[in-house]
Design a protein around this ligand. Structure first.
Ligand SMILES: Nc1ncnc2c1ncn2[C@@H]1O[C@H](COP(=O)(O)OP(=O)(O)OP(=O)(O)O)[C@@H](O)[C@H]1O
Length: 254
């Protein structure tokens, strides 16, 4: 097997987070591989968002260890982890609605590490970033709306723009929070294609409720329930797991 493709870029061991007496994440092990799409799924309240918050260091783990690209990041601040190559794509709130699509990407390109936007720089100072911004817009299919205000884009394309601003950081690992939330049928196809293409050069870990998208996109799946890993494997393996079927019984598919 190809050692590069199978490289573990992000891993967690024995990850735990307590809130008062409540254990939201309990002894979670996770390995995220370069150039693979890994889905984190599970019923509401399973602990998926808390795992994301722990991996990005928005929350401190109660115990356990997290490694990014072979470095222990367990006690590192979020900005340092972002600079090392871990990016999280939020929902569309992360874009500037009254800047153009191009300027949103150019602003994103001038903030290495992503967390310290330098607002005082005039936009004209961003001119040198235009070629790279155009490349990114082309890669995500937004060239035709490059000069539109972000606020005027459809919901789906706002989400694409938001992902493009995250890709401006050229992350090694991209965490996607429910990329299909609120998407219409057409947009689901567009975003799926985009996720596939961005995963060629980096690891993608996504929380997603839409199980047909998970089945279609994921190379590997971790199923959580009540804070713990219930099952892990490829889609056919976890879909055939009796414990997973029971966990999902009565739960509506996205
Ligand atoms: N800051 C907090 N304080 C107390 N409890 C919390 C906190 N954050 C999360 N929890 C609890 O931890 C559990 C896991 O929540 P989490 O949001 O991680 O689940 P989830 O799998 O992302 O759920 P959903 O699919 O509904 O988003 C829930 O019971 C939640 O109420």
């Amino acid at each position: 097997m190809d050692s590069i493709d199978l490289r573990v870029v992000l891993s967690a061991r024995g990850l735990r987070r307590d809130f008062g007496g409540f254990v939201a994440v309990n002894d979670v092990d996770l390995d995220v591989h370069h150039a693979r799409i890994h889905a984190l799924i599970g019923p509401n309240g399973a602990g998926k968002t808390t795992v994301f918050n722990l991996l990005t260091k928005f929350l401190e783990p109660t115990s356990g260890r997290i490694e990014l690209l072979g470095h222990d990041i367990t006690r590192m601040p979020p900005a340092a982890v972002a600079r090392m190559g871990l990016a999280r794509s939020f929902q569309i709130s992360a874009i500037f609605p009254h800047l153009t699509v191009l300027d949103n990407v150019r602003v994103a390109l001038q903030r290495p590490g992503g967390l310290s936007t330098q607002f005082w720089r005039p936009l004209s100072a961003l001119d040198r970033l235009t070629p790279r911004a155009d490349e990114l817009l082309d890669a995500v299919g937004l060239t035709d709306v490059r000069n539109k205000l972000a606020v005027d884009l459809s919901y789906g394309r706002k989400r694409v723009l938001e992902i493009a601003t995250t890709l401006a950081l050229d992350p090694k690992v991209l965490l996607l929070d429910e990329p299909m939330a609120g998407m219409g049928h057409e947009d689901v196809g567009t975003i799926s294609d985009l996720i596939r293409s961005v995963a060629r050069g980096r690891a993608v870990l996504m929380v997603e409720h839409n199980l047909s998208v998970v089945a279609d996109l994921s190379d590997w799946i971790t199923v959580m329930q009540r804070g713990k890993v219930l099952a892990t494997g490829d889609y056919p393996t976890v879909a055939a797991d009796e414990r997973v079927k029971v966990a999902y019984m009565g739960m509506e598919e996205g």
